[in-house]
Design a protein around this ligand. Structure first.
Ligand SMILES: *Cc1c(COP(=O)(O)O)cnc(C)c1O
Length: 353
């Protein structure tokens, strides 16, 4: 059949999300979800929710959520936009700032959704390689980004887990003549974040999600903040009711419980350090991680083999084939029991030395 699609769409391979297998007894360490449930306050909100409210449309602007985020960040409502997951915000951002004559610049390796969104716009992508082995951020990234209109820094980075040094990010924000998006999907697990750049610079957006640190990947909630001019421009592009009523209610309840979130995060960070040491003792090369996952290469560099071994034993991690990434596994930090099982399987082939 003749294709009626725009040629840009025919050319897209399509983003492939990490698998969500249905097998029982599976240890799922492949999509960086939180191993702990959301705050108990969420259950309370759901239990008490008046179902008849669902007849009505939700607040199109999600102002309750925006006010909460703004208060926490020392900003105003006008500085904040909420999205149906941060993927929704990424869609708005690519629609707003990229086009055939407005390139996106991304680091490699990074979140593989960005180039797919650029392709939908027919926008060119400039790929800026991170340092070999170290995944260090190049000092000349802005020069490499050239005349791109959007530069994305994932901090901490996925899938590598390392953070671009904050002062270097500040220099990118200052020197780049375009929009700098700092994707802080994993900042809950990092030593610091770049929130202040959203007010220090007019051209910077910082974006966060509830999917990782807030244990609510299933609810689809993210937010971005920056200059009100950027935020009101993005508002023009969003679906009218992009956040459903339940997401708004549940999101507020979960966000309010900071103590619970901090407790879960602290456990994950401590277990990240433990797992790093255990894998290092088995000869793995591990990128120092500021996220809730490790990017780790087995001593023989056979990432595909280690992935298969784990899979045969019902432990699912993420594997990214390719010359740079193919040596590594990306392993989500699970519960202590899950991490122990992962190590048990790994030790069959790579015993502690
Ligand atoms: C998980 C992730 C997202 C997407 O988050 P959602 O809010 O679930 O859409 C965005 N950016 C990066 C780098 C991620 O790892």
């Amino acid at each position: 059949m003749k294709s009626y699609f725009r040629p840009e769409i025919d050319a897209i391979a399509g983003y492939v999300p990490g698998e969500q297998p249905k097998m029982a007894n599976l240890i799922k360490l492949n999509t960086n979800e939180n191993p702990y449930p959301p705050s108990p306050l969420v259950a309370e909100v759901l239990r008490e929710f008046d179902i008849s409210r669902l007849r009505r449309y939700p607040d199109p602007m999600a102002d309750g959520l925006r006010d909460m985020f703004a208060a926490d960040l020392g900003l105003k409502r006008e500085n904040v936009i909420a999205g149906n997951g941060s993927d929704d915000l990424l869609t708005m951002i690519f629609r707003a700032f990229t086009a055939p004559d407005r390139a996106a610049a991304v680091f490699e390796p990074s979140y593989s959704l960005y180039p797919v969104l650029a392709a939908m716009q027919g926008a060119p992508v400039k790929r800026i390689a991170l340092g070999t082995g170290s995944f260090a951020y190049p000092a000349d990234a802005v020069a490499q980004a050239g005349d791109a209109n959007l530069l994305i820094i994932t901090r901490p980075n996925a899938p590598t887990g390392n953070c671009a040094p904050k002062e270097l990010v500040r220099s990118y924000c200052r020197d780049f003549d375009g929009i700098v998006l700092i994707d802080e999907a994993y900042s809950d697990f990092a030593a610091d974040n770049c929130a202040e750049f959203a007010t220090e610079f007019d051209n910077v957006l910082v974006m966060r999600t509830f999917s990782k640190g807030s244990s609510m990947a299933g609810i689809r909630l993210g937010y971005a903040f920056g200059n009100p001019v950027l935020i009101s421009g993005l508002m023009k592009l969003k679906d009218s009711y992009n956040l459903d009523m339940l997401t708004q209610e549940v999101g507020k309840a979960n966000y309010a419980d900071k103590a619970y979130r901090a407790e879960c995060t602290a456990k994950i960070v401590a277990d990240r350090e433990k797992l790093t040491a255990e894998l290092a003792a088995r000869g793995f090369e591990i990128v120092p991680s500021q996220a809730n996952f490790l990017f780790a290469a087995p001593p023989d560099g056979d990432g595909a083999g280690a992935f298969a071994l784990l899979r045969e034993n019902a432990v699912i991690v993420r594997y990214f084939p390719g010359e740079v990434t193919g040596k590594y596994l990306r392993i989500t930090i699970g519960t202590p029991e899950e991490n122990r099982r992962l190590l048990e399987v790994i030790s069959e082939k790579y015993p502690p030395c």
